[in-house]
Design a protein around this ligand. Structure first.
Ligand code: SME
Length: 164
């Protein structure tokens, strides 16, 4: 199956998952499970969410949320660190085809070769992000980016509705 038809199929499944999920948290668990199970090159899939109430005077950090894959040493990431920090602080998707050549990269697993991080927005503000690592170099094509951005958009909508 081509990547494009696979991502179209997974997008349809996501709509069903969105309807069945009982909460934003439940929806995020289902998304990481679905992407990890269905997309063969997605070896680690997880959300990092920005702290909602950081200690007084401190910048919020990204905190590991729902994930599928091996445990990561990076459970809290400051906004000025890592590819995760770059995506959250700029509000832009970051795709890294070869993590060994990116000085920002914080290693999670020695097997990781490429990574994509997509911010999640609520009312125009970054509230977290969806991070995916692959054991394959340049694993994230334009179709993958479109799929991951679609997931992040659905989560943003869900959070926005639940925070109303
Ligand atoms: N590689 C990320 C850290 C998180 S792990 O990939 C799960 C980064 O450079 O920010």
């Amino acid at each position: 199956m081509s990547t494009a038809s696979k991502t179209t199929e997974v997008k349809q499944e996501l709509q069903q998952v969105a309807q069945a999920a009982s909460s934003a948290d439940h929806f995020m668990s289902e998304i990481v499970r679905l992407l990890h199970d269905r997309m063969l090159k997605y070896n680690w899939v997880g959300f990092y969410m920005l702290e909602q109430s950081p200690p007084a005077g401190q910048q919020p950090v990204l905190v590991l949320g729902k994930f599928e894959g091996a445990m990561t040493p990076h459970t809290r990431i400051p906004l000025n660190q890592g590819i995760c920090g770059a995506a959250a602080s700029t509000g832009k998707t970051v795709v890294v085809d070869d993590v060994s050549k990116d000085a920002r990269y914080l290693a999670c697993s020695l097997e990781t070769k490429s990574e994509i991080v997509v911010p999640v927005f609520v009312k125009g503000k970054v509230v977290g992000e969806l991070d995916i690592d692959s054991h394959f170099p340049a694993a994230f094509s334009a179709e993958d980016r479109d799929l991951v951005e679609y997931c992040a958009m659905l989560v943003g909508q869900r959070l926005e509705n639940s925070r109303k």
